[in-house]
Design a binder for this molecule. Sequence first.
Ligand SMILES: [Zn+2]
Length: 403
Amino acid sequence: MTVRATDRAATVRTMRRPRIKPEHRAYRTVDGNVRIGSVVHGIGAEVLDPDGWVWTLVEAMDGTRGPDDVVAEVTRRHPGLALADEDVTGAMDDLIRAGYVEDAGAPPPAELTAREQERYGRGMTLMRWMDLRPRASSWEPQLLLRRARVLLVGVGGTGGAAARDLVASGVGHLHCVEPDVVELSNLNRQTLFGESDLGRPKLDAALAALRALNADTTLTGERREVRGPGDLEDLLTAAKPRHPDGAPYDLLLLAADRPPEIRRWANRVCLATGTPWAEAGYRGPLVSVGMFAPGRGACWQCLRDAEAERRDLRLAPGQDEDVASPRMPWNPVNAVTAGLSGSLLAHAALTLLCGIPPVEPGCRFGLNLMVPGDPVLQRSERRDDCPACGTRPAVTTPDGEAR
Ligand SMILES: [Zn+2]
């Protein structure tokens, strides 16, 4: 895409005092090139700089000058190059569009108190590091999180850890749904609960623990079991308490695995209501999270069908894939696998709510604890023949269930 010089200048002038983000600090390689954005794969880049003025540019973008003064500083220090102002402005614009620059002159948003800025300051700098989108303020993602309304179904091992991470991070409103009571066998992994909570509804114990963690978050909940897609639809569309602007939840997080069809139901209801959602869990040492947004890439069913084809489990026609990794009546899990699963779910929520990191939904990723360095990653295109989101008519079984 060609960007006009006037547009480039306009982008640059939105910044009062452009500064290379501290986390993206540039350095010069032995070849004289400029490496910027840190050495983290997915963030950093290398810029050729045969004449040395790009290095001067990144040095000048230290948050002490306005854009015009940055251009003047670069041209002043390289008089022999006959640099045009447009060249320098264009390079500055490239750096801004790549996400390496923040506006040191942008005041913190008035909506965030000094106490909140202190509380969430470290998280803001991590978001700033992982963010590759130009923003008016580096606090913008924190505001998005504070305005967010999230529905969490299941507050056990995965859901409890996800709730803990989101509430600590400053999510605005979390509504928790959970029917069970705390049992002794839960305590090896459900770390929101203690021995004094045995026999108590998990919902009450979780809300008490989360309120103690962060009074900034609006915490609500209901003791309820999801028995069908209608229950999920009811939960999603009847936001309680209803937000002043009348909008339902921004996001569904599914951390329940009963009944077994619950993910299929969530997929269907989220497609129908246009709700982004994520689900996480573990199967033995495999821990993963899937994140989905209607209209953006594969849905849960697309991904599941594509993965079944890819894995080629050598199943006979009609044989259910669960025979290859059976579900056990007990739940092999500890605080590590449940905690990782919940943290991945919270991470997916931040991605869907704030766009950080800029990972497109319609994928599943995670860890295989048996083989460090062997990441779990699934991504597929949206499938035309998908029975949930596809455009071709679905094949229907005699009992009316779409397949
Ligand atoms: Zn689909």
